[in-house]
Design a protein around this ligand. Structure first.
Ligand code: NDP
Length: 286
């Protein structure tokens, strides 16, 4: 069997086209959706991600404002900027690119973002709302994974989903979203004793480990849907995922590529969340 590729490019273009249409509508009502992005320091990967977000905003008609702060910025200075953005009614979505320099407490920074502008879906309020199934901003990467799984047309309910990785931004929320779709969910991590066996039991396998080629074909159940969240540099310097694509594609029914997979969907979901933030603000004020 050779798996069908789930094309992030195609799916992301559809999500962004939908967002752009909603932006047009909001602009006709006098609202210009705006995303503020704060970058601290000069992490090259973060700079690439932020530049991508700016391009996406431009493509969707969303205004973006970018704040580049030096690596030695104090937590207090960052919190002051966030307080200004929080109070600015022309800013609908705001985010701080992670990771942050060591002198800054990530959780304190996330907590300084008002839930209604938290388009990354990282604040405790949005995480809690997601847990109990209330309206919230879904974190972009797990939401993108779910869209990709849905695009295959398989029914998620009753399937066994295995998520490898339990980070707050990917693994845990991905597991929660799959649970909300009525999958039976297993979460694996670095202390999981029988990882390969767990993976082999997965109808839906989500890899969010951060290790190039970690999931190999022998760990994939025939006919599975494989979602590769990983963004790594391989030994050859090229971008690669957590899944060994060639061997996994021999077994899976559907698989996401890296690059061209979850990363593009993550970016698209951020646009969707930003438009949603602007719409909610407009509804509240109008
Ligand atoms: P973290 O480093 O925060 O989490 C990695 C997880 O993998 C941890 O839960 C860890 O377990 C687990 N893990 C590590 N080694 C093993 C092992 N040998 N066996 C089983 N589990 C293991 O990473 P993130 O969740 O932030 O990111 C994961 C990957 O996804 C990275 O490559 C990252 O670059 C990428 N990413 C991609 C995005 C996209 O848009 N496509 C967005 C965000 C991230 P433990 O908790 O026990 O340490």
């Amino acid at each position: 069997m050779s798996a069908q590729r789930i094309e992030g490019k195609v799916l992301a273009a559809a999500v962004k086209a939908r967002a752009a249409a909603q932006v047009e509508q909001l602009k006709r009502q006098g609202v210009e959706p705006c995303l503020a992005v704060v970058l601290v320091g000069e992490n090259p990967a973060s700079q690439t991600y932020v530049a991508g977000k700016e391009r996406d905003c431009a493509a969707c008609g969303i205004r973006s404002v970018r704040y580049d702060l030096p690596a030695e910025t104090s937590q207090q200075e960052l919190l002051e900027l966030l307080a200004r953005l929080a109070a600015d009614d022309t800013v609908h979505g705001m985010l701080v690119q992670l990771p942050l320099p060591a002198q800054i407490d990530e959780q304190a920074v996330i907590a300084a973002i008002p839930p209604e502008k938290d388009v990354d879906g990282f604040t405790p309020v949005n995480v809690g709302r997601m847990m109990i199934g209330q309206p919230c901003f879904l974190p972009c990467t797990p939401a993108g994974c779910l869209e990709m799984i849905r695009s295959t047309g398989i029914s998620i309910a009753g399937k066994h989903a295995v998520v490898v990785g339990r980070s707050n931004i990917v693994g845990k929320p991905a597991a929660m979203l799959l649970l909300a779709e009525n999958a039976t969910v297993t979460i694996c991590h670095s202390r999981t004793a029988d990882l390969a066996d767990q993976c082999r039991a997965a109808d839906i396998l989500v890899a969010a480990v951060g290790k190039p080629g970690f999931i190999t074909g022998d760990m994939v159940k025939p006919g599975a849907v494989v979602i590769d969240v990983g963004i790594n540099r391989g030994a050859d310097g090229k971008l690669c995922g957590d899944v060994d694509y060639a061997s996994a594609a021999e077994k899976a029914a559907f698989i996401t590529p890296v690059p061209g997979g979850v990363g593009l969907m993550t970016r698209a979901m951020l646009m969707e969340n930003t438009v949603q933030a602007a719409r909610r603000a407009a509804e509240k004020n109008g």
